[in-house]
Design a protein around this ligand. Structure first.
Ligand code: NAD
Ligand code: WQD
Length: 337
């Protein structure tokens, strides 16, 4: 399928572009490069043998979208483009409502006008908030998010649900990611935060490579097996494969589906540090500090619906996630551009 990938130069989008190309899809990437480098597209080409077209522009710009969608008859859109830093969203909420919500609104309007009726959307497990029971299935009620970033994901899910009702020929997949980590095993693409990382795994990797002095572990007094927070870390390549499986589902006919993309296994912060040390052979100095506001004690997925309906299952374990992150972290510093 001819697939427009918004945010396709970013972390998850670039890995998904690789899987799409390897499965024979034609990929065009739209990205404003606000959190990515153009050279990523060449590295996608190195991995797959096919360099996708990159069109640099902003999804909030409707005339830009008209030009892109007017030039090619796309079969589907994969929509990754967004801002994703939870803390920044608290400090600058309107920026998040603008890029994430207005950007998605412009994109969906343009899809309606250009007759593109299939979309895969990057949602987040953050829509479950602090659930009463784990693991969470797609039937677990969503909760009012604790930050503007989470609100934007919930609102866009609703925008797409409403659109699928008004346009019954549409096929919509809302993919709720748990905690994506890891990198492609080529070492050519991975997560490369410009500023100090917000998330645990890139922070660990930068401490291990001595870019940062020490990791702060946010709380060891949670009601978990070692007192630290439990999350469902998923290898980004498994996550990317979940997208191609969802696209295949959309090709079967119209409807609207929600899928958890996680492994179904929870890992504590201290377990992830141990696994990273074992995989890298490098010590990760850390210090226990107070809890981070808004964090939940534990969150992991029941991913059985995706396995049942998409035939998709995450296969890479924590060790693989750490090995691939470390390989990427060592290469990333040497890569140019
Ligand atoms: P990322 O920042 O690496 O990728 C997002 C891409 O979108 C970047 O390349 C950026 O340059 C681009 N972009 C941003 N604003 C744009 C705009 N206005 N127009 C065009 N391009 C724009 O982030 P990621 O981790 O790859 O996340 C991809 C998607 O997955 C996002 O929607 C994010 O909210 C969602 N998500 C991420 C995680 C996670 O932990 N990484 C978890 C759940 C959901
Ligand atoms: C994981 C665990 C922290 C950093 C966030 C967003 C979610 C989605 C994924 C985007 C927690 C602990 C972390 C550190 C630590 N994002 N931690 N020291 O909070 O589960 O999810 O990223 O789309 O929406 O909320 O991920 O990696 O920040 O934290 O101890 O320096 O690591 O307390 O238990 P989180 P995370």
């Amino acid at each position: 399928m001819k697939t427009l990938v918004t945010g396709g130069a970013g972390y998850i989008g670039s890995h998904t572009a690789v899987e799409l190309i390897l499965e024979g899809h034609e990929v065009v990437i739209v990205d404003d490069l606000s959190n990515a480098k153009a050279s990523v597209v060449d590295r996608i080409g190195q991995i797959t043998g096919v360099t996708p077209e990159l069109i640099v522009g902003d999804i909030r710009d409707r005339s830009f979208l008209d030009t892109v969608m007017g030039s090619t008859a796309f079969d589907a859109v994969m929509h990754f483009a967004a801002l994703k830093a939870v803390g920044e969203s608290v400090r600058e909420p309107l920026k998040y409502w603008d890029v994430n919500v207005s950007g998605s609104l412009r994109l969906i309007e343009a899809m309606v006008d250009h007759g593109i009726e299939r979309i895969v959307f990057s949602s987040s497990a953050t829509v479950y908030g602090d659930p009463e029971v784990v693991p969470v299935s797609e039937d677990t009620p969503v909760r009012p998010p604790s930050n503007p970033y989470g609100w934007t994901k919930l609102v866009i899910e609703q925008m797409l649900t409403d659109t699928s009702v008004a346009h019954p020929s549409w096929a919509v997949a809302l993919l709720r990611y748990f905690n994506p980590i890891g990198a492609h095993d080529s070492g050519l693409i991975g997560e490369d935060p410009n500023d100090e990382p917000n998330n645990l795994m890139p922070y660990i990797a930068q401490v291990a490579s001595e870019k940062l002095p020490e990791l702060s572990v946010f709380g060891d007094d949670y009601p978990t097996r070692d007192g630290t927070g439990i999350r469902d870390y998923i290898h980004v390549v498994d996550l990317a494969k979940g997208h191609t499986a969802a696209l295949a589902r959309l090709a079967e006919g119209p409807g609207r589906w929600v899928y958890n993309l996680g492994t179904g296994r929870g890992t504590t912060v201290l377990e992830l540090i141990d696994a990273f040390e074992a995989a890298s052979g490098v010590k990760v100095p850390y210090r226990i500090v107070g809890r981070r506001p808004g964090d939940v004690a534990e969150l992991w997925a029941d991913p059985s619906r995706a396995e049942r309906e998409l035939g998709w299952k995450a296969t890479r374990d924590i060790e693989q996630m750490c090995v691939d992150t470390w390989r990427w972290q060592q290469h990333a510093t040497g890569l140019e551009g």
